[in-house]
Design a protein around this ligand. Structure first.
Ligand code: SF4
Length: 434
């Protein structure tokens, strides 16, 4: 690191089974067009309100975070980049001493920080900077005021939602141990917008499941205690490492589809209810009003989507639950559903709900996928930012996959908003053509 590694300016920007799960999946390996795991900082720093994310990376990393955040957030951010420069790459500087100095200065300036993440990047991995040792050294220095953890957001062989998985997995060892003799409790795992969490909490209370916590929590001190009595529901389909770490501590995953759309949300809540022996009548009474309201709201958008053909490039790892929702509730035809990684166990309930005639692909070979997409001429393409503009220029209608991660789309009250996200680009294209 240079004599004074820069913290980049903290810019104020404020169940019909189809057998689909057994079907062959096209595995693709080749050039990829995805963001790296640093992107997760954009939503995670808003979620954990007393956490700070210090990327140890290059100017490229700083630009990625600032440009992504600059257009998408309006609150004071809690992230920055300590820039590794040429001297560090040449091995001339003592990176650890410089990192300690940057962190000390940061914590002095921001006494509100309770949890500091050192986020690794491609450059920090290239120079083999041991951020886990740095985190434990700094944690000792700043305990008990600040915990320092680390994870990697590097773009090598990852996709952008893995940043959240790596961050949450790094927090699991920090979760207190729950007494094995205590009653069963529920932990919802995966960052959800606060408004969605509040709605979910009310539904769980309606079901009689009162002991519910969300992970990640809104404040670092509110980490759920974990033990053999923990039952957890994944709210996001990209949390393989986090789930593994929780299971290693005795927690049990409740198998369910993801809470996208009316069907996904009903089944997700139903999986929790059954695990807590909630009678069927109570489940129906608790969810019927919100479910029926959501069904009516979805009805407004179905005519715009029904029969339309959609192609998913692999990007966010949300593709399979989204495809299930669009196919079963909105009547869309799935041409191809690509996903960067397919966790068959976590997605088993989703795969069982997909129609048999949709092509599933895992991994990316962007040229092959572009060829298939052009040949299919779908009505709507869901893809990353880098592919959207060229495809629009070719006359295709696109939806940015990343927008689906930044927007609250889970739960009954958001089901119509989710549908509308797919209707909008189709309407925009109609206006352009008219
Ligand atoms: S972590 Fe790697 S892929 Fe991500 S912005 Fe930095 S250099 Fe680029």
């Amino acid at each position: 690191m240079s004599a004074l590694p820069r913290i980049t300016p903290i810019t104020p920007v404020g169940l019909t089974k189809t057998g689909c799960e057994d079907r062959p999946i096209l595995r693709e390996r080749g050039q990829r067009e995805v963001f790296c795991g640093l992107t997760g900082i954009i939503w995670l720093h808003r979620k954990i309100q007393d956490a700070f994310f210090l990327v140890v990376g290059s100017r490229t990393c700083a630009h990625l975070i600032q440009s992504a955040a600059g257009v998408m957030i309006f609150a004071e951010p809690r992230f920055a980049t300590a820039i590794i420069d040429e001297r560090d790459l040449a091995g001339l500087a003592d990176c650890n001493a410089e990192l300690d100095r940057v962190v000390t200065r940061l914590i002095e300036r921001r006494p509100d920080i309770r949890l500091l993440f050192l986020v690794g990047s491609c450059p920090s991995e290239v120079i083999k900077l041991d951020l886990s040792r740095a985190a434990s050294r700094l944690s000792k220095s700043f305990a008990p005021q600040v915990r320092v953890l680390n994870y990697s957001g590097s773009g090598i062989e990852t996709t952008f939602t893995q940043g959240e998985d790596a961050c949450l997995a790094a927090m699991v060892p920090e979760m207190p141990t729950r007494d094995a003799g205590s009653a069963a409790h529920l932990v919802v795992v995966g960052a959800l917008a606060d408004v969605v969490e509040d709605q979910m909490q009310r539904l769980f209370v309606g079901l009689g499941i009162e002991d519910v916590q969300f992970f990640p929590p809104r404040h670092a001190a509110e980490l759920a205690a974990i033990g053999p009595q923990t039952r957890f529901l994944l709210a996001q389909p990209f949390l393989a490492d986090t789930a593994r770490a929780l299971e290693a501590r005795g927690a049990k995953r409740l198998a369910a589809p993801f809470p996208l759309g009316v069907e996904g949300t009903s089944n997700w809540l139903g999986a929790a209810a059954r695990a807590f022996d909630v009678p069927a009548e109570r489940i129906e009474a608790a969810i019927a009003p919100a479910r029926d309201r959501a069904r009516r709201a979805l009805g407004r958008y179905r005519p715009s989507l029904e029969g339309k053909r959609i192609f998913f490039f692999p990007d966010s790892q949300l593709e399979i639950p989204l495809a299930r929702f669009l196919s079963r509730e909105m009547g869309m035809q799935l041409i191809e559903v690509g996903t960067p990684y397919l966790h068959r166990q976590h997605l088993a309930e989703e795969l069982a709900l997909l129609p048999e005639d949709c092509q599933l692909s895992e991994g990316q070979h962007v040229d092959n996928q572009l060829e298939r997409c052009r040949a299919a001429q779908p009505d709507l393409v869901v893809c990353g930012l880098g592919l959207a503009n060229p495809l629009e220029a070719e006359g295709m209608t696109t939806k940015w996959a990343i927008e689906l991660v930044f927007t609250p789309i889970q739960g009954f009250d958001q089901a119509a908003d989710l549908a509308e996200l797919f209707v909008r680009p189709l309407e925009r294209r109609l206006r352009l053509v008219a």
